[in-house]
Design a protein around this ligand. Sequence first.
Ligand SMILES: Cc1cc2nc3c(=O)[nH]c(=O)nc-3n(C[C@H](O)[C@H](O)[C@H](O)COP(=O)(O)OP(=O)(O)OC[C@H]3O[C@@H](n4cnc5c(N)ncnc54)[C@H](O)[C@@H]3O)c2cc1C
Length: 454
Amino acid sequence: MVGAGFAGVGCVRRLERKLSPDEAEITLVTPSSYQLYLPLLPQVASGVLTPQSIAVSLRRSRRYRTRIIPGGAIGVDLAAKVCVIRTITDVTVNEPYDYIVLAPGSITRTFDIPGLTDNAYGMKTLAEAAYVRDHVISQLDLADASQDPDERAARLQFVVVGGGYAGTETAACLQQLTHNAVKRYPRLDPKLIKWHLIDIAPRLMPELGEKLGSAAQEILRKRGIEISLGVSIAKAGPEEVTFTDGRVIPTRTLIWTAGVVASPLIGTLGAETVRGRLAVTAEMNLPGHDGVFALGDAAAVPDVAKGEEGAVCPPTAQHAMRQGKVVADNVIAALRGLPLRPYEHKDLGLVVDLGGRDAVSKPLGIELKGLPAMAVARGYHWSALRTNVAKTRVMTNWLLNAVAGDDFVRTGFQSRSPAKLRDFEFVHAYLTPEQVRARIEGKGGAEVTEGTAE
Ligand SMILES: Cc1cc2nc3c(=O)[nH]c(=O)nc-3n(C[C@H](O)[C@H](O)[C@H](O)COP(=O)(O)OP(=O)(O)OC[C@H]3O[C@@H](n4cnc5c(N)ncnc54)[C@H](O)[C@@H]3O)c2cc1C
């Protein structure tokens, strides 16, 4: 099993439950020791939740017996049935398999925009969320201390790119953070704080439909977030960002959440892809390779429920966690020589937490705003958390935040060297299909090589 996200953990837990230990050995390759509940990441950035509360332990499970290799898969040789792994200590391991399930998720999608990867922050990992929170609070601290009005104004402008649910929630929750925090900075003029949310698309969160999408936009506009649609970034620098409509925004904060692409691991397979995601059957099997399965953000799983030719499931947690269970059943069926079953799930809708008491959601097509939407959003996420301990941590954090608010303290992540888009995600180490082949032909078997970073 490669990847311990919604898809990977859903699959592993079911395999542990349904397969006896003498039937199969389960191995999980993952760089981190937790499953990250990504939809609540903006609430970590805004301080409503502590980072630990959405990092769900992989080892806390009644039937836990999986062998966990701490590292990332950097290549797979489908012919030799070997997965090449780089451990967290940079040791390269060749791991043979009989069946492999690929669920390495996605990474932030970037474009060839001058200065982007050197100057933008992402919102895809726990460390990034904690880092961005520290960064935003440090801008308030520095603006408060500065005697230079231009520097002050620049530090209090913030730009978020990406009007999907991740970007919209990030902008909304962080705006709420600065709105609440500024009360503790009597020297700062609250009117100087300005959040920009921009997207090249003509609408925010098109999945919500026109009416609810406009309602969300109106809520954010009323809170002072300036929304610019049909606009992207032309270039980014350390002290300013240039929009494609020519505006130059002096700012020290550019947060980039403009979509995702499948993990680079998929490219190492040399197999067919659909817009970067591995092309699989409705049973999530790689055509021509019986023991190879892929799912979640990394795979283009046909959306059978939609019934449209060529439709694939969107990259959402809702699909990934359900696909995990079906893949587990299909691995077991393959092992026992039984027929595989296709994945089919009708989208349940979307919930969007806009910070404070603001939310919009569309469960089962019903459009909700305000407190009912907030109750549905939080109720949905809470029930989807996998362990009771995680549920308790999240609920306690929500209650504490509602009663006592935030202390707006920096934890010190800012004091180390600047860390931008490429510094947090597992994106660097991957091998080409030729390098994978050469490694396996040259070394054979399952062996370990110290410090073989290519
Ligand atoms: C800010 C934000 C908000 C979101 N909100 C929602 C929402 O409200 N509703 C919703 O349905 N979806 C939401 N999503 C999308 C959702 O989180 C993803 O679709 C979902 O996480 C995909 O599940 P996955 O298992 O494929 O990947 P992930 O959950 O990302 O898991 C992938 C795992 O693989 C690991 N990994 C990566 N590379 C390797 C490698 N080479 N080898 C081994 N392991 C590797 C990663 O560390 C990670 O643990 C949101 C995403 C973000 C970023």
